[in-house]
Ligand binder design. Sequence first.
Ligand code: IPE
Ligand code: IPE
Ligand code: MG
Length: 247
Amino acid sequence: MTFDRSYPGPDPRPASNLHVAVIMDGNGRWASNRGWPRLVGHRKGAERVRQLVSECPDLGIRYLTLYAFSTENWKRTTEEVMGLMALFARYIKREAGRMNREGVRLRVIGDRRQLDPKLSALFDWVETETAHNDRVHLSLAINYGGRDEIARATRDIARDVAEGRLSPDEICDATMTRYLDTSYMPDPDLVVRTSGETRVSNYLLWQAAYSEYVFTPVLWPDFTPDTMKTILDAFHARERRFGGVMS
Ligand code: IPE
Ligand code: IPE
Ligand code: MG
């Protein structure tokens, strides 16, 4: 496969480091409401992902982190799980060229060891293929769970301590951050969850310590760049205090 590697060039707009994380929920209900199989909702959801990624520069989003499959989602039927895995593979193969044209760097977070080695190899491939892009940093959370991520990071830290590469006294916030899957990104400024559920479902537990949260009733397959724009306008009007006091 060959892809257009031409980088779109520097963006004239002021650089933003805004990080928005999304819990893309409601695909199943969207499909069921129409009497369609759940996978139809997931397919429509993937279209919404493509649209949103393309609009990120206009929305001022530099980092976009999307929850696509949780460590708990294995509880679903084999048909749905396999359908989702196939959808991830298809999305990556179809979108790699566009991502390069649009300056999108894609990385996958989560534990890959439980995934089909072919899918995991595809993740490696697309990460390399888009590694030179810097306009939008897209991260897909697949077989991702915040607790699992923290446990894996702790294992790595313990190993480094046992082998003398790290001293227990050095371990602090920044050390943890460095060992997490998300070490390359700033903490999310905003976490959006669609579909009206008001829970975190094991997403970015460490990273979202000071994030703003927005819960919207919109089902993910109905979520447009305009929906995001409205949410961002409300977010920008909020005062973030980080434990301090505003003058
Ligand atoms: C979110 O939509 C996508 C994934 C979890 C993969 P759901 O599939 O959870 O949709 P609902 O919540 O059942 O409507
Ligand atoms: C969270 O949605 C996971 C993803 C969006 C991938 P779920 O639909 O799995 O979450 P719960 O089960 O409602 O908490
Ligand atoms: Mg759901």
